[in-house]
Design a protein around this ligand. Structure first.
Ligand SMILES: Cc1cc2nc3c(=O)[nH]c(=O)nc-3n(C[C@H](O)[C@H](O)[C@H](O)COP(=O)(O)OP(=O)(O)OC[C@H]3O[C@@H](n4cnc5c(N)ncnc54)[C@H](O)[C@@H]3O)c2cc1C
Ligand code: SF4
Length: 545
């Protein structure tokens, strides 16, 4: 097929940024602040900047203060200061308040819609002259003589059969002296770069979690603007890492999310159903009473921390933000560190461009190691792995010692033993989990949830969820694990049909995909490869998410 296509048109830039999240936008803005005449282009696969942004979000404004010190006067949508932190341990019927760990103190932070913050950052970038192209997915790396020289956006109007349809439009080559990859957690081109340049040779495997979120509008009587509540415990068992967040903000809005470490072992576990049943807890349901659910979405996040940061640069470019993985897990925050990494990368690129634009960006990594990002991640590096090592109570006890007594300076570092796709038990040796049926008021099913994520994909296009070996879907995933993808996918994309007739087959409803990337991470044999669908496809998260 490829040889039948017309050649692509090319555009030349100084820098191309892939991804319009906080890290990509911060990088683009910093570059323009330093080099007003530089030609900077940013591509975003969502239909608009913000359409694919899913976060909590409680924002620590440290990086923003450095990037745009007068953000308040410029109207940044940081309207709800965090005023009250609550940290709870839940049993099935009770809630116990625990001392809030220092990392979870949110004084000075803001509860925001990160999508709206990104929309605002995009206007700031455009005012400085950054060219932003939403609705364009970076689908292919451009490489010449071992150097990355830009990306190509995906072709539009290719049918399921691989042939051009009447809406066919060839992708563009966006060529640049430097390309910054800001695709967020488990970026599809970033994954190729990590492999191509062996960027993970000297670090631990990355580990992940899935975060599933709902946005609710509640009666004013239930609403306490500025309340930040986190829980651990029920409904998860003691060997499964995770918990909830509830942020009250804006105009009677609650951002509710449940996060589960993807190193979970029981293949019967369904993160979506855990998230739904959590709301039925007496301590939790009162937040939602009389309210209405406005939106829904899901996204993976990095949990590996310092030990899992790959080499950040390669000839012609760098990884920034969650594409590399700078989330501070005990804080459940990665926006400020992602932005800072983008800013430091931009400063290095500006120096490199001024010096001719051919040298590598190794200085970016050196500078980042000297920045507060590294200090911050270093102090918490043992917290998340301690839960994998010692379970819930052991992890809590260890983290208290590490934080209060050792102050993050333990002379040892715990490592992540294996990647998340390695952790599942066989289905027959794991306890089955029965989940309650949704009531349609407080709890919901997958399809009505995906509906309010406004997810949309052109149906006639090649599959963007590619199975390297289609046979494994049954011979391994079904036979051994009873198809965990049917449970961990928060959008009902993977369905087993024909099992009752003794002929199980995997059906992939790709048009429902909310781009969370969980299948790319958790599939036991790494048989599922997520590639970009046509630009503009995927969720359309509204303002507020
Ligand atoms: C449920 C959840 C709750 C969280 N809560 C918080 C919180 O309260 N506070 C906090 O600070 N952090 C939180 N985080 C983490 C925070 O959201 C991330 O650290 C941050 O968004 C990372 O920014 P980024 O720009 O690197 O990536 P992202 O925000 O993921 O943005 C990446 C962008 O790139 C686009 N993109 C990806 N691939 C391509 C491609 N090939 N072509 C074109 N565009 C592409 C995506 O559509 C997206 O818009 C949370 C994360 C989750 C999932
Ligand atoms: S198909 Fe994969 S990326 Fe898409 S929603 Fe399901 S788990 Fe997430």
């Amino acid at each position: 097929m490829a040889e039948d296509l017309p050649p692509r048109e090319a555009m030349e830039f100084d820098v191309v940024v892939v991804g319009g999240g906080p890290s990509g936008l911060a990088a683009a803005i910093r570059l323009k602040q330093l080099m007003p005449d530089a030609a900077i282009c940013l591509v975003e696969k969502g239909s608009e900047v913000g359409a694919h942004i899913l976060s909590g979000a409680c924002l620590e404004p440290r990086a923003l203060n450095e990037l745009i010190p007068d953000w308040q006067e410029k109207g940044a949508p940081l309207d709800t200061p965090a005023t009250d932190d609550r940290f709870l341990f839940l049993t099935a019927t009770r809630a116990y308040r625990l001392p809030t760990p220092p990392q979870m103190h949110n004084h000075g932070n803001y509860i925001v819609s990160l999508g709206n913050v990104c929309r605002w950052l995009a206007t700031q970038a455009e005012e400085l002259g950054v060219e932003i192209y939403p609705g364009f997915a970076a689908a292919e790396l451009l490489e010449e003589d071992g150097r990355i020289v830009g990306i190509a956006t995906g072709d539009m109007g290719i049918g399921k059969d691989g042939q051009a349809t009447e809406t066919f439009q060839r992708g563009m080559e966006l060529r640049a002296r430097y390309t910054l990859f800001a695709e967020g957690c488990r970026g599809s081109l970033s994954k190729q770069l990590i492999h191509k340049f062996s960027l993970r040779d000297h670090c631990d495997p990355q580990t992940y979690a899935i975060g599933i979120k709902e946005l609710w509008e509640v009666p004013p009587a239930n609403h306490k603007p500025g309340l930040v509540e986190h829980t651990i415990g029920w409904p998860l068992d003691k060997g499964t890492y995770g918990g909830s967040f509830l942020y009250h903000f804006g105009n009677n809005l609650i951002s509710y999310g449940f996060v589960i470490g993807l190193d979970y072992r029981n293949p019967w576990l369904s993160p979506f159903d855990e998230m739904q049943r959590f709301k039925t807890h007496p301590e939790v349901r009162r937040h939602f009473e009389g309210g209405r659910r406005i939106s829904y979405g899901a996204r993976a996040l990095n949990e590996g921390g310092l030990q899992s940061i790959p080499r950040l640069t390669f000839p012609g470019g760098a990884l920034i933000g969650d594409a590399a993985g700078f989330v501070n897990v005990p804080k459940i925050k990665g926006t400020h560190t992602s932005m800072k990494s983008g800013m430091v990368a931009a400063e290095t690129v500006a120096e490199a461009l001024a010096a001719g634009g051919t040298q590598d960006l190794a200085n970016y990594e050196t500078k980042l190691r000297e920045s507060w990002v590294w200090d911050e991640l270093s102090l918490v590096r043992n917290v998340r792995p301690s839960f994998a090592k010692f379970g819930l109570w052991g992890g809590l006890a260890y983290s208290a010692i590490d934080t209060y007594l050792l102050r993050g300076k333990a002379p040892w570092t715990f490592h992540h033993a294996h990647p998340d796709n390695d952790s599942l038990l066989d289905a027959q040796s794991a306890p089955r989990i029965e989940y309650p049926r949704p009531d349609g008021v407080l709890t919901f099913d997958r399809l009505s949830s995906v509906f309010i994520s406004n997810t949309n994909h052109e149906e006639n296009q090649p599959a963007h969820l590619q199975l390297a070996d289609p046979g494994l879907a049954i011979s391994l995933n079904w036979q051994r694990f009873r198809s965990p993808e049917a449970r961990y996918c928060p959008a009902g994309v993977y369905e087993i049909v024909g099992a009752d007739e003794g002929d199980p087959r995997l059906q992939i409803n790709a048009q429902n995909c909310v781009h969370c990337k969980t299948c790319d991470i958790k599939d036991p044999a790494q048989n599922i490869n997520w590639v970009t669908p046509e630009g503009g496809g995927g969720p359309n998260y509204p303002g507020g998410m």
